[in-house]
Design a protein around this ligand. Structure first.
Ligand code: GDP
Length: 593
């Protein structure tokens, strides 16, 4: 029913491009290769980074003029109108002009990204900075140089190299490869299994990458579940996808009872740890499976202890399964702490940097992002993202709708509306602010209600025009469906381009958006028993501002490795705290400013 992509026809000027929206689908019409169509990104990118003297003068002028309506471009007799105080100019003919606010360094996110990749193969890698009003945090110099060295490692040891063939051969023949045999001891590998929802997969890959970075392992990502179609290659000149022919043919079915899991090898005394020095590599197995999903046992979670890390570091191949953001657990390992402090002096921006480094939408997904952004969000003075995670068979919930409304109003993100009987049209002179609301959800009901609310009622104060948009409503979570995942990825990314974010607690979908955007969200808490009727009564407040933009680690260890006993791991180091949405979860916060 609901036209998912429709802009609310409230008192906001409807962008011209909306008329191009596909009648069949919710996304604006796709052109040719799935890249942003003419008049959007590609053309403007060239303009912005190239020459365009006239545009540069225009930009310079606009930058010194305070936000107000201005008339320009008489030559083309199409007046250009100021619509944003940041980096976008809407011309009279409706096209959008971006000016060269993005220099080469910004384009590479403060050198977080290496230069030198072919731009056409991954537009998002070079264009994302143009779409972000929030430039994000600066990466540390140490992180930048570590990333360059790691890229070099990935090229030297990755698929297609002699070192990789040797390591695969050692694994096939069951040799540890570390004892001077065929394998190359300086090339060790971590294979990350991709499973569950897209948010889980992204957090898992980011976690695996940080572990690989800390331990100088080559990261290889299991290409299943669309991981090969959604993201560009992050490491220039090589692939991060595990190639076909991997000797552990059943690795995607490894689970808690796999005999080669590190936890089971400890339990069955195939491996022992202790303070009596390192185990000689030749006595180590050729690979270990690291089981860190929500079913992980106490022994599996010894992975987060120093003495176990001393053993694990010499095992040439690791295969890791996690559906979690295990990074806060890595901050508990004493041996990693100094390096982590240097890499991330701002401890609340770890996923922010890892995510922006690793996850670049492929051109098809980037087309979904940019077309939607240009059509519905670019011109708004403020953009508010609302992620409504509908779990399981949860019905359309008036209580949840009320929670969303109360939250956005309490946080001053959206205006209250005036009850019936009040004048619906504000005097033109009073219209000062336009706000675009981006709703993402599997259902359209919440969006429909919000859209109607802001259309049928005037906003209090009459100075704000609110439009409401939702790119898709897929109804149910699907697995192994490319277009479903592409929409999910595009929507996470679009949420990350907003100025303020409201998320649903417990959801990795929201975690990814907030981290990429550098946004500390307002979090709506999930009702204790999932029952819609209990929702309002159970919650003292509709939402709370989170303590940081970092994702929450839902299944952390509860063990103090030094004291060798159970402990509250939210109290061991100052920047690892419990999450607000998942109370037993762990989250990185910032302790120094
Ligand atoms: P989580 O389950 O909330 O932690 O998030 P995940 O991303 O791991 O899994 C939920 C999956 O459901 C997503 O990956 C999508 O496939 C689908 N999904 C949930 N919410 C949305 C939404 O708002 N938009 C879209 N397009 N898909 C969604």
């Amino acid at each position: 029913m609901g036209s998912g992509g429709g802009a609310a026809a409230a008192a906001v000027a409807v962008p011209r491009k909306e008329k191009q929206r596909s009648a069949a689908g919710h996304w604006p019409q796709v052109e040719d290769d799935g890249v942003a169509p003419a008049s959007s990104t590609k053309r403007h990118a060239r303009r912005a980074w190239c020459c365009g003297g006239v545009n540069f003068v225009l930009a310079a002028f606009v930058m010194v003029v305070p936000p107000m309506v201005i008339l320009l471009d008489a030559r083309a007799s199409s007046p250009a109108v100021w619509i944003s105080s940041v980096n976008v100019l809407r011309r009279g003919d409706g096209s959008i002009l971006r000016w060269p606010a993005v220099d080469a360094r910004d384009k590479l996110l403060g050198s977080l990204l290496a230069d030198g990749s072919e731009e056409g193969s991954c537009h998002s890698r070079y264009q994302s900075a143009m779409y972000r009003r929030n430039a994000g945090r600066e990466p540390s110099a140490h992180l930048v140089s570590k990333l360059r060295r790691h890229e070099e490692l990935q090229r030297r040891c990755g698929p297609g190299t002699a070192a990789y063939s040797d390591a695969v051969e050692s694994l096939r023949s069951g040799r540890s490869g570390g004892g001077g045999g065929i394998g190359s001891p300086e090339c060790r590998y971590l294979v990350s299994i991709s499973y569950r929802g897209l948010g889980n997969r992204i957090l898992a890959a980011a976690s695996a990458f940080l572990y690989a970075l800390l331990t100088d392992r080559v990261l290889l990502v299991d290409p299943s579940n669309e991981m090969d179609e959604l993201f560009c290659e992050p490491f220039p000149g090589t692939t991060w996808l595990l190639p076909p022919g991997f000797p552990l043919t059943n690795y995607t079915s490894f689970g808690v009872s796999t005999a080669e899991s590190y936890g089971n090898m400890l339990k069955n005394k195939v491996i022992t740890t202790g303070d009596d020095g390192d185990i000689p590599p030749a006595r180590l197995p050729p690979f270990a499976y690291v089981h860190l999903d929500h079913t992980a046992t106490v022994e599996d979670k010894f992975f987060f202890c120093d003495e176990d890390q001393r053993v694990i570091r010499n095992i040439p191949w690791l295969v890791m399964r996690t559906d979690n953001y295990i990074v806060p657990g890595l901050f508990l390992v004493t041996g990693f702490q100094q390096e982590l402090d240097s890499l991330f002096p701002e401890t609340d921006a770890v996923f922010h940097h890892l995510g922006r480094y690793l996850f670049h939408p492929t051109n098809h997904v980037w087309g979904l992002v940019t077309r939607y952004y240009d059509a519905y969000l670019a011109t708004a003075q403020q953009r508010v993202g609302i992620q409504v995670r509908v779990f399981g068979r949860q019905p359309e919930s008036p209580e949840l709708l009320e929670q969303i409304t109360a939250c956005t109003q309490k946080a001053n993100l959206l205006p209250e509306v005036i009850a019936a009987g009040e004048p619906l049209v504000a005097p033109a002179s009073a219209r000062r602010k336009s706000t675009a609301v981006l709703v993402t959800s599997l259902k359209s009901w919440y969006y429909e209600r919000m859209k109607s609310m802001y259309w049928e009622h005037a906003a209090a104060g009459a100075g704000e025009a609110v439009s409401v948009h939702q790119p898709s409503h897929e109804e149910f979570q699907q697995f192994g469906a490319g277009s479903h995942d592409a929409k999910a990825w595009a929507e996470m990314y679009l949420l990350s381009l907003t100025d303020a974010l409201v998320t649903s607690g417990w959801s990795t979908f929201g975690y990814v958006a907030q981290g990429l955007g550098g946004l500390t969200p307002w979090v709506m808490h999930k009702p204790a028993n999932d029952s819609a009727s209990a929702a309002a009564a159970d919650r003292p407040s509709p939402c709370r501002r989170d303590v940081s933009m970092e994702p929450c680690f839902h299944a952390p260890p509860f063990y103090d490795c030094r004291l060798k006993r159970g402990a509250d791991t939210g109290k061991i180091v100052p920047h690892v705290r419990h999450c607000q949405d998942v109370q037993w979860g762990l989250k990185l916060v910032r302790t120094s400013w």
